[in-house]
Design a protein around this ligand. Structure first.
Ligand code: BEZ
Length: 404
């Protein structure tokens, strides 16, 4: 009968092996398989988009995550790192096979991904039924991932779709708007963000008169913009991101709507793309868990380091990648690289502290989602300008999560 080794005794055992391996190497014995295993890399599987409308998001996350790990010496818990990257192609049908390949064939310790909410739900359905690997979501906001699909080995370093959108609805009402149209891509992220914005807009006296859903990832907006012009709402609340956000904001201005019907939305609408949107983005107010001009030392260092490394400034997606790396570093250090000690890895991740986060300090909720400030920003001179805090230490309601 095999004896179950507790996480702690397992670590003592591996620690002993590592010490023995050091002696063996010093006295030029042939290293044992344990000594070799002691140096085996921690495998980090990455399932992110590197093509299509969200390619910028995938690259921003990956760059910052690797930068943070390099800054920590390129090791996790004293072991080197092996990255196994897969382009998600934003394909929901490919999500399950890609996930299974990374788990069963590549045997990854950490699974980092995705950007897209539909892919996140598909991945969580697989990962949550197993003890390993540890999944860290560096973007996708699917409410379900830290709601009904939450699991001990699933963590998120970004946001739930509810979080940045809910304060945005109240903002529109506070600015005196009585009617609004919501417009987004028709899939989990857009649907959930528009629902959250609608909920708070209507709770504060507004009325959403139409919800427009555009097939993902289509960017032909003309017919929808004509509808908006005809219905004349006081405001429009929109979710688009990456290449699609560039096109939507430019088309909105070109259709002559910008001056008469102010555009709002979760900050993805202008994040990382305001330079490409140019004058069309000027003045747009959004709510998000980051603003480029946040006045904290960690943000200043992060922006300087990232710009030096990649020749362009970071964005919220890079912040999420950076914090994903911080979480992996803390987890692996807590178990001295023994990623098999799953219970202790999870405990370390639940108690992780993000002192060096560019978004400001935050902590994990019981459902494994960030409890964080949501900032009010406005595009001014092509840059995000922080106007204030729209919601302080906002925690997702995590409806349906049984972890608490
Ligand atoms: C999502 O699919 O969850 C998502 C994609 C881009 C930006 C924000 C959320």
């Amino acid at each position: 009968m095999t004896k179950k080794v507790s996480d702690n005794s397992r670590r003592q055992f591996l620690g002993g092996v590592a010490a023995t391996a050091g002696v063996a190497a010093a006295s030029s014995f042939v290293p044992t398989k344990f000594a070799i295993a002691g140096k085996a890399p921690v495998k980090v599987g990455i399932l992110l988009p590197y093509s299509g409308t969200y390619a910028m998001l995938g690259n921003s996350i990956t760059n910052a995550m690797k930068m943070r790990l390099e800054q920590a010496g390129g090791m996790l818990g004293g072991r080197p790192i092996k990255y196994i990257g897969v382009d998600s192609e934003m394909s929901v049908p490919k999500a399950a096979p890609n996930t299974k390949k990374l788990i069963d064939k590549e045997k990854v310790d950490f699974l980092v991904g995705p950007v897209h909410s539909g892919i996140a739900a598909a991945m969580a359905k697989i990962v949550g039924k197993r003890k390993t690997p540890i999944m860290i979501v560096p973007n996708a906001g699917s409410n379900a991932v830290t709601g009904p699909l939450c699991a001990p080995n699933i963590f998120r370093c970004s946001f739930s779709n509810w979080q940045p959108a809910f304060p945005g609805g109240k903002l529109m009402a506070d600015e005196g708007h009585k009617t609004a149209i919501t417009i987004s891509w028709k899939y989990g992220a857009g649907i959930q963000m528009m629902a959250a914005g609608t909920e708070s807009f209507e709770a504060n006296g507004g009325k959403v008169i139409k919800d427009i859903q555009v097939p993902f990832p289509k960017v032909e907006f003309q017919a929808f913009l004509s509808d908006i012009a005809a219905l004349k709402p006081d405001a429009v609340f929109a979710f688009f991101s990456g290449g699609g956000a560039v096109k939507f904001v430019k088309d909105y201005a070109a259709a002559g709507l910008k001056e008469n019907i102010p555009l709002y939305g979760p900050g993805f609408l202008t994040e990382g793309v305001s330079a490409a949107q140019g004058a069309a983005a000027e003045g747009i107010k959004t709510t998000l868990h980051y603003s480029a001009d946040l006045d904290n030392a960690a943000n200043q260092k992060f922006r300087t380091d990232y710009t030096k490394a990649y020749g362009k400034g970071p964005n919220v997606f890079s912040v999420q990648g950076f914090d994903t790396a911080s979480l992996m570093l803390q987890a692996a250090a807590a178990v001295q690289g023994d990623m098999g000690a799953t219970g202790d890895v999870i405990t370390a991740m639940e108690n992780a502290v993000f002192l060096d986060s560019p978004r400001g300090q935050w902590k994990m909720s019981k459902a494994h989602n960030p409890i964080q400030n949501i900032y009010l920003r406005q595009v001014q001179g092509g840059k995000q300008k922080l106007l204030g805090i729209a919601a302080e230490a906002l925690e997702d309601p995590a409806k349906g999560c049984k972890l608490a």
